[in-house]
Ligand binder design. Structure first.
Ligand SMILES: NC(=O)C1=CN([C@@H]2O[C@H](COP(=O)(O)OP(=O)(O)OC[C@H]3O[C@@H](n4cnc5c(N)ncnc54)[C@H](O)[C@@H]3O)[C@@H](O)[C@H]2O)C=CC1
Ligand SMILES: CC(C)(CO)C(=O)C(=O)O
Length: 314
């Protein structure tokens, strides 16, 4: 490692999650944020503006980059926060930075770690159960937090990298825990996204809509199908039954995120591709492979794909 005092950390695909993380990590690390020109321009001009539960104010000192040649050698670890739809492209673009280095994914959905493992040996899987949004160029807001960040070794000899990563994130004041079964951890987090992201995106409503009397049974059906598929895949979820998880969803997670909008809502509103094929679409696909009926996940994935293909007129 180059520097244990102040590690060098590129964050690839810095939007709502990545810029918020950059804003926190800047106090303990040298951060390179690979972001779009609009964010880079605003951050270079006046710093990153943050508001919400991770602090209010302007953070200076984040270096915005737009290609691997702008990242110096001696990187300690890399964090990927691009949407799952961009994972392969951003790994290609930053392949020279990634190669031989530990790379952590904080992305939602299933499948990102497998892609990243094609570019480096040591991959760390992660989940973040906090709400982030972009309010404008170089301006982010962090709202509800329902669980600590979880990180675990996905592949490679990543024990030391995991300890360093957790140490750095914790010293920046972000709650974080090690997860010794991060494959199950990714599925456990995906349950929440499968339950609320497409519903909120399609209905243009905050997370509380998932508990509405007209919607709740659909949410329950999405989760029951997902449990059946997870069982066939041999995934050990932290809840024994779908009903156990649904009790947690409706008593803890939906209340914690009641007033906020999930990331897929912003994707559809902004006319961008969503992560539906890493979430409900993935469940439908796996269900087909295992001979398990997943009509609700198939239906909602189709509705989201339709909405992606027919964005609102400006
Ligand atoms: N927003 C939220 O509350 C949460 C999001 N997540 C997950 O975190 C991941 C990131 O989500 P968000 O930050 O909300 O998405 P976002 O869309 O706000 O940020 C991703 C950014 O990466 C940029 N990007 C993609 N390819 C790039 C490239 N080659 N070079 C430079 N920039 C590039 C995009 O333009 C975008 O600005 C997703 O997997 C999401 O599901 C997880 C927990 C909470
Ligand atoms: C936890 C939640 C729902 C927070 O917004 C999320 O993961 C997302 O928006 O994708």
């Amino acid at each position: 490692m180059e520097s244990l005092q102040r590690p060098v950390v590129p964050i690839l695909g810095a939007g709502a999650v990545g810029l918020s993380l950059a804003g926190k990590l800047e106090s303990v690390a040298t951060v390179y944020a690979a972001c779009r020109p609009a964010h880079a321009g605003a951050i270079r001009e006046r710093g990153l503006v943050m508001e919400g539960i991770w602090g209010n104010g302007t953070v200076d000192g984040i270096t915005c980059v737009s290609g691997s040649q702008e990242v110096p050698p001696g990187v300690d670890f890399i964090i990927v926060t691009a949407k799952g739809t961009d994972t392969r492209a951003i790994c290609e673009e930053y392949a020279a930075v990634i190669r031989g280095r530990p790379v952590a994914s904080l992305q939602n959905g299933i499948g990102n770690e497998e892609i990243i493992a094609g570019y480096t040996d040591t991959v760390i899987g992660g989940t973040v159960t906090t709400n982030f949004s972009v309010l404008g160029p170089g301006h982010v807001r962090v709202l509800s937090e329902s669980a600590p960040m979880r990180l675990g070794v996905w592949s490679g000899d990543g024990g030391a990298a995991l300890d360093l990563l957790i140490g750095v994130i914790r010293s920046a004041g972000i709650p974080v825990e090690a997860d010794n079964d991060i494959r199950s951890g990714k599925w456990a987090k995906a349950l929440l996204n499968i339950a609320v992201n497409p519903i909120c995106a399609l209905l243009r409503a905050p997370v509380e809509v998932a508990a509405d009397g007209e919607v709740r049974e659909t949410v329950a059906a999405l989760i029951r199908e997902t449990f059946a598929v997870a069982g066939a895949e041999g995934v050990r979820l932290p809840w024994a039954t779908a009903d156990d998880y649904l009790a947690h969803l409706f008593s803890v997670q939906v209340p914690d995120f009641a007033a906020v909008y999930p990331s897929m809502y912003y994707d559809l509103r902004r006319g961008r591709r969503t992560e539906i094929d890493l979430l409900n679409g993935y469940i439908a696909c796996l269900g087909e492979r295992h001979g398990i009926e997943t009509p609700h996940n198939r239906c909602i994935a189709g509705l989201v794909r339709y909405a992606e293909a027919h964005p609102d007129a400006p």
